[in-house]
Design a protein around this ligand. Structure first.
Ligand code: ZN
Length: 184
């Protein structure tokens, strides 16, 4: 391992390897097994990647959360890209399968117009906001970043992903609007 790697990076590398290998075996969980209640995941997600970060860094928190999601999206996208090649339909199908396996949500492509550089991807049953309500705006900035990262890998271009529908504001789904950032 390179000396510059932090402990978080070491831990994440091993974790992502297991995730992408589809392994559900988890050492040291002999009795409790590999699953945790969704509500526990949501508490961790919205406290660590939400309210605590917001308290620490203020309005920049959303950008950090988005950036983290984008990194995960790029890892997932890079993992499925070789099998899909340049076929958007095959790529989306591979992403749908992976997101279902990981219980992230049910991904549906509502619009995919590459000539316009515009996609809308729905995440039904979103792991982060299903069952959450009462917010004044969407809260899934991590997922928006993740979808952005996934699209970014396929297109090889910078994109801006914005959550336009969210369970937490009363929509029945999450929807992420993705637009290619024009190069100057
Ligand atoms: Zn949401």
């Amino acid at each position: 391992m390179p000396a510059s790697e932090t402990d978080y990076q070491v831990a994440t590398t091993g974790l992502l390897h297991a995730v992408l290998a589809g392994s559900s075996e988890v050492a040291n969980r002999g009795q409790l097994g590999p699953l945790v209640p969704l509500r526990l995941f949501q508490a961790l997600r919205l406290i660590a990647f939400g309210s605590t970060l917001e308290q620490m860094v203020g309005s920049g928190a959303r950008a950090l959360v988005y950036q983290s999601g984008q990194q995960l999206g790029q890892v997932l996208g890079s993992a499925v890209l070789p099998q899909a090649g340049k076929d958007l339909r095959a790529y989306v199908a591979a992403i749908q399968k992976l997101c279902r396996q990981l219980s992230i949500g049910l991904v549906v492509a509502e619009k995919a117009d590459l000539s316009e550089g515009h996609l809308i991807l729905r995440v039904d049953e979103c792991v982060s906001c299903a069952g959450i309500s009462g917010t004044s705006g969407p809260i899934c900035h991590f997922e928006a970043g993740m979808v952005g990262g996934i699209v970014r890998v396929f297109l090889g271009a910078d994109v801006r992903a914005t959550e336009v529908k969210c369970n937490a504001v009363g929509d029945k789904t999450c929807a992420i609007d993705v637009r290619v950032v024009p190069t100057l």
